[in-house]
Design a protein around this ligand. Structure first.
Ligand code: ZN
Length: 458
């Protein structure tokens, strides 16, 4: 298998990054750290905003109050895990925790730009010129932070995607006016140049840096990539790779990305969202040589093979773990009922995919409400499934919420981390194929048959 050597650690090509949102939520986010052994050395994406208490936010963890004692991000997460288990007791009593060292992971730091931009805007009282100045200061702090904690890879600091259309910001008129008054493309170019200057001034900067690529249309995306390459030339300074931003949701991009695709044979659901990341990957790959390309937020199951064969080398997604968040208290009492009379939100289990021995599973790839999964369905053989033993066991743990909250959390992690392992497995399998068509021939499931129709049209 091909891989990048990242500070002595192997980053397979392609790789799925698990998103650790500890500090940006509670409950499941804590347990994802506690049970980290179930996904082994799967690389991790961390959001700077969530682990930085300089930016006040809901669910912030006291663990991030003072990081001065840490020189490695892996050590920080080892301590967090130990505290959650030993001091907070956030572990199921029926499970014996195993040794685990977060330093085996490749860590990627992303800025979570939008929330930081909001914070900065407020702190300068929505004054445009002060905002631009402050932004550069925060950018330097971000890079310093990544260097101090020895993050392996860092995504270049930028403004992020399209702000004005974010629903939750409609109420904040001053922020909206400020953002409407700045030319995002220009500001991003300034940040990019400041990044290059920062890196050239630092003799030895530890993290590998990904240049963020943006653009409303495919043409803008290509132009942005060209500007990055020109800047590299001007400063004789090369980024390690590229991070594709602003393309994770097709609802937020210009329809010129996918307007020419004929969805009549495939339907749009589960396919339309694969087009923009795949095309963005192609655009950047054409210009990037053999350098790494990470598609931010684009690691959903249907995206992975398309992205890879179009040129991306890694991606991340919070969805595998997020799907367990749908389970309500009421659902824990009804989990053995395949069709409850009321509408209840259940945690969802990823079915389909590929068993750990490489066999294609017969179920269509999708997330199914836990109560609708057959008690005796065979499991995939990943570490989480081995621990679970059976769907029936998962349901039993899930149903115990009222008497043992940790049993319920445990069942949710077994489900979520199984889904993460499935995303990882898919990455391992596709690496063995020379083309998307070869892969689809070997794994002719419904998903791949539909995706082939889209891939053909890219
Ligand atoms: Zn599994």
């Amino acid at each position: 298998m091909k891989y990048y050597d990242v500070h002595g650690k192997r980053l397979p090509i392609p790789s799925f990054f698990q998103v650790y949102n500890y500090g940006g939520g509670n409950g499941d986010k804590d347990r994802e750290i506690v049970y980290s052994e179930f996904t082994g050395n799967t690389p991790a994406l961390i959001n700077y905003y969530y682990i930085n208490n300089r930016y006040p936010h809901l669910f912030q963890s006291r663990m991030f109050d003072d990081l001065s004692g840490y020189s490695k991000v892996g050590d920080l997460y080892n301590d967090i895990r130990r505290k959650l288990i030993d001091q907070k007791g956030e572990i199921y009593s029926g499970y014996k925790s195993r040794e685990y060292d977060f330093n085996c992971k490749v860590f990627l730091l992303d800025s979570g730009a939008f929330n930081i931009v909001k914070y900065i805007a407020e702190s300068v009282d929505y004054d445009i010129s002060r905002f631009k100045e402050a932004l550069i200061g925060h950018m330097r702090d971000y890079y310093d932070f990544a260097d101090r904690l020895k993050f392996d890879i860092v995504v270049g600091f930028d403004l992020g995607g399209k702000y004005t259309e974010k629903d939750n910001e409609k109420g904040n008129k001053r922020l909206r006016d400020l953002l409407a008054g700045i030319d995002a493309e220009k500001v991003n170019d300034i940040l990019l140049e400041e990044t290059v200057r920062y890196l050239s001034s630092k003799g030895s900067y530890y993290p590998h840096v990904l240049a963020p690529v943006h653009g409303a249309t495919p043409e803008d995306y290509a132009a942005c990539t060209e500007r990055i390459l020109a800047l590299e030339k001007a400063y004789s300074c090369e980024f390690w790779g590229f991070a594709l931003g602003g393309i994770a949701s097709y609802r937020q991009v210009d329809d010129s990305w996918y307007g020419d695709i004929d969805f009549r044979k495939t339907g749009k659901s589960g396919t339309i969202e694969t087009v923009t990341p795949a095309r963005a990957s192609m655009i950047v790959r054409k210009r990037a040589g053999s350098r790494p390309i990470h598609a931010l937020g684009c690691g959903g199951y249907p995206n992975i093979a398309m992205n890879y064969f179009c040129g991306a080398t890694s991606f991340d997604a919070a969805s595998p773990v997020r799907r367990v968040g749908d389970g309500s208290l009421e659902s824990t009492r009804l989990v053995f009922d395949p069709c409850p009379h009321r509408k209840v939100g259940f945690s969802r289990y990823f079915v389909g995919g590929i068993d750990m021995d490489g066999t294609m599973r017969e179920e269509p790839c999708t997330y199914v409400r836990l109560n609708e999964v057959d008690d005796n369905m065979s499991l995939c053989g990943c570490p989480a499934c081995k621990e679970a033993g059976s769907i029936r066991n998962i349901k039993k743990l899930y149903s115990m919420k009222s008497s043992d909250n940790e049993a319920n959390y445990f069942s949710r992690q077994l489900m979520g981390l199984h889904a993460v392992n499935q995303h990882r497995k898919l990455c391992e399998v596709i690496a063995d194929y020379a083309s998307f068509y070869d892969f689809c021939k070997a794994y002719p499931n419904t998903l791949n048959t539909r995706l082939k129709e889209i891939y053909r049209q890219l």
